[in-house]
Structures are given as structure tokens and as C-alpha cells.
Design a protein around this ligand. Structure first.
Ligand SMILES: Nc1ncnc2c1ncn2[C@@H]1O[C@H](COP(=O)(O)OP(=O)(O)OP(=O)(O)O)[C@@H](O)[C@H]1O
Ligand SMILES: [Mg+2]
Length: 325
């Protein structure tokens, strides 16, 4: 493994992944789960890792959390090499996976006490921390029930609490809100925001809930078939890929669609009944032109709405096709 320690030490990035590959070999098949994957993630944010089922997200998270070894390539988490400095990485991270699973006949209180001992938390601090987390995530009511008897959402809450036990600086959250009801998922998202905004933590989040990613993350990477397809801020990706905004008009009378097509930045215009949808690469310019038309030509517009393309639309387009971007 070639790693330029001096070069990597001078950066503030919380995570640096360089040329990471992971191949699973079994008698029946060989799977390239990660292919020459490189990525740098700044600290103090919730970074979104998106990709379809089987894209390689969990494989990557597991390597970064020192659960799996890479086949080749290097990665540093908070400056520590994930292969050589596993103990240092583990002290400073928390890992939560969707469908969290623990010893089935232990209770949530016993499970967290067990992990607290593994983290060498002194007894009084351990109890205080567990009380605090159980209170935050509403676990107190079932803290003495056997894990096997808990609902999916209750189990997931225990998983999230466990990942925060050692007050880690870096959190790996692999589909953390899987199985949580709407209210609890909202509380968990609010808690993640507080962890980043108030406590300066860094979270690497994977989720198939794109609205969740859009709400929490300003920066994302999309992975497909083990390869990075795109990375950057959601707004930059939207701009670079030329995803048009949609301007929806409600009209009351005749409208010459060709006049609308000639406005600034317009790429397409469609009418369905009293609704006209204008696609534009710059909604601002188009809306300014439209305002002029409404005033001067008495264009019969009774309502207008501007909608940015959603992350879902971008994602579908990015992972469709050959998957290599
Ligand atoms: N332990 C393993 N042995 C063999 N193949 C594996 C193993 N773990 C993962 N894979 C394969 O590696 C590929 C990537 O899987 P991974 O779990 O990383 O995807 P993912 O992006 O997390 O998908 P999902 O959204 O479904 O969670 C898949 O083809 C999967 O079958
Ligand atoms: Mg996964």
C-alpha cells in the first residue's frame, strides 16, 4: 500500500479515500464491490452517500469503520489509516447499520452496558450516558425488554443509541432511519443536525430516502456498481448536469406557446388544460421575461410556481444506463 503520509497529514478532511477497491471472492462468484474509489470528505457536515441496492455503500462504510479490509487502496479517518490504526479509528467513530442486530436475549440496558464496558467508560459516566441516550431516543420505556421481543423501530433506536455511546467525532450511519416511524425518523434527523451544528461532529449517511438526504446533506457522492459517479454539492450537481427547473403556470385563456419557447433559458414548454409547464435552465431569467410578458402583452397567467429538480430526479438519471456516469 503506497501512502504519502506527509501529504495526507496536512489536510483537514475528516475522511480521505484513495483508490479503494474491494473484491469479494467466493467459490461461486467474484464481486467487485468497490472499483478504484476515491473521495475526500470535509469534517463538520452530514455527507450523503447515495447509490442503488448493491452499489457498494455498505462495503465502503464497513471498510471506513474498520469492519472490513479493503482489497487495495487506502483510507484515512480523522487522520488514522483504517488498516494500520484500527484501534485509533474505533475509539473515535460510531457505526450504526440499518436493521441493527444485537444479542437477542439481552435487554437494551444490558446491550449498551456491554458496549460501554468495551469502550472502557467508567461505571458512573456509562450509566449517565446510557440514561441520556435512552431519554433522547425514547428507549427508557422498553429498556428492560429482551432485544428479540422488540419491534423493528425499537431495535433501530437501540442501534442508534449504541453508535453514540462513546460520543464519537465521526459517525457512520448506514440507513439509520430504516424501520422508524415518521415521527421518530424526524426526531433522529433533528438529533443528527444538532450533533453536527452544535457539537461539530461529522456524519457519513447512506439512505434510500432521498428527501432525507436533501434535508440533511449539502454535499453528496453517488456510487453505482462500485464506482463513483459524481460528487459535490447538490446545487452544483444540479447545475453541472443541466437539470432544468420547472416553472408551472396556471393560465386562463389563449397562450402562444412559441412565444414562451423563445424566452430566456427555456428548453421546453408543454400545455395540459389550464396548466403550462416551462422547463428552464435558469428559472430566474425566465421568470423575469415572463413578468414582462404578463404586464405588457397581458398574458393570462393566474398563478405561477417555480420548482427545482428534486434529488430524486437527478439520482434516477445518474444511475440509469451503464452506471459509469
Ligand atoms: N460479504 C460479502 N460477500 C460477497 N459479496 C458481498 C458481500 N458483501 C457485499 N457483497 C456484494 O458487494 C456488492 C455491494 O454490496 P453492498 O452491501 O456494499 O451494497 P449497498 O450499496 O450497501 O446496497 P444496499 O443499498 O442494498 O444496502 C453487492 O453485489 C453485494 O452482493
Ligand atoms: Mg447497504
Amino acid at each position: 500500500m503506497n501512502i504519502d503520509d506527509a501529504a495526507l497529514d496536512v489536510t483537514d478532511a475528516a475522511i480521505i479515500i484513495d483508490g479503494m477497491s474491494k473484491t469479494f471472492v467466493s467459490p461461486s462468484r467474484t464481486v467487485d464491490a468497490l472499483r478504484d474509489f476515491s473521495l475526500s470528505i470535509d469534517g463538520g457536515q452530514i455527507f450523503g452517500l447515495l447509490g442503488p441496492n448493491g452499489a457498494g455503500k455498505t462495503t465502503l462504510v464497513d471498510i471506513l469503520a474498520t469492519v472490513l479490509l479493503p482489497t487495495s487502496g487506502t483510507a484515512r479517518v480523522l487522520g488514522h489509516d483504517v488498516v494500520r490504526d484500527t484501534a485509533k479509528v474505533r475509539e473515535r467513530i460510531g457505526l450504526c447499520v440499518g436493521g441493527a442486530y444485537f444479542f437477542y436475549n439481552l435487554t437494551p440496558r444490558e446491550i449498551l452496558t456491554y458496549y460501554g464496558k468495551l469502550f472502557d467508560l467508567p461505571a458512573s459516566r456509562r450509566t449517565r450516558r446510557i440514561d441520556e441516550l435512552f431519554d433522547t431516543f425514547g428507549i427508557t420505556a422498553f429498556e428492560h425488554a429482551r432485544f428479540s421481543k422488540l419491534s423493528t423501530g425499537m431495535k433501530q433506536k437501540v442501534g442508534i443509541a449504541k453508535s453514540l455511546l462513546n460520543d464519537p467525532e465521526m459517525l457512520f450511519m448506514d440507513e439509520p432511519t430504516t424501520g422508524l416511524d415518521v415521527d421518530v425518523a424526524r426526531e433522529v434527523r433533528a438529533h443528527f443536525k444538532r450533533l453536527v451544528e452544535e457539537d461539530g461532529k461529522t456524519i457519513l449517511l447512506t439512505s434510500h430516502q432521498l428527501f432525507e438526504v436533501e434535508e440533511l446533506c449539502s454535499t453528496i457522492a453517488v456510487i453505482n456498481d462500485g464506482r463513483k459517479v459524481v460528487e459535490g454539492s447538490i446545487d452544483d450537481i444540479r447545475r453541472e448536469l443541466g437539470f432544468p427547473d420547472a416553472i408551472r403556470l396556471i393560465v386562463d385563456g389563449d397562450v402562444d406557446l412559441d412565444v414562451l419557447r423563445s424566452l430566456s433559458a427555456v428548453t421546453a414548454v408543454d400545455r395540459d388544460g389550464d396548466e403550462v409547464v416551462i422547463r428552464s435552465t435558469c428559472a430566474f431569467d425566465t421568470v423575469m421575461d415572463l413578468a414582462g410578458l404578463v404586464r405588457e402583452k397581458r398574458l393570462p397567467v393566474v398563478d405561477m410556481e417555480v420548482r427545482k429538480s428534486s434529488l430524486e430526479e437527478m439520482f434516477t438519471s445518474l444511475v440509469r444506463g451503464d452506471g459509469t456516469g
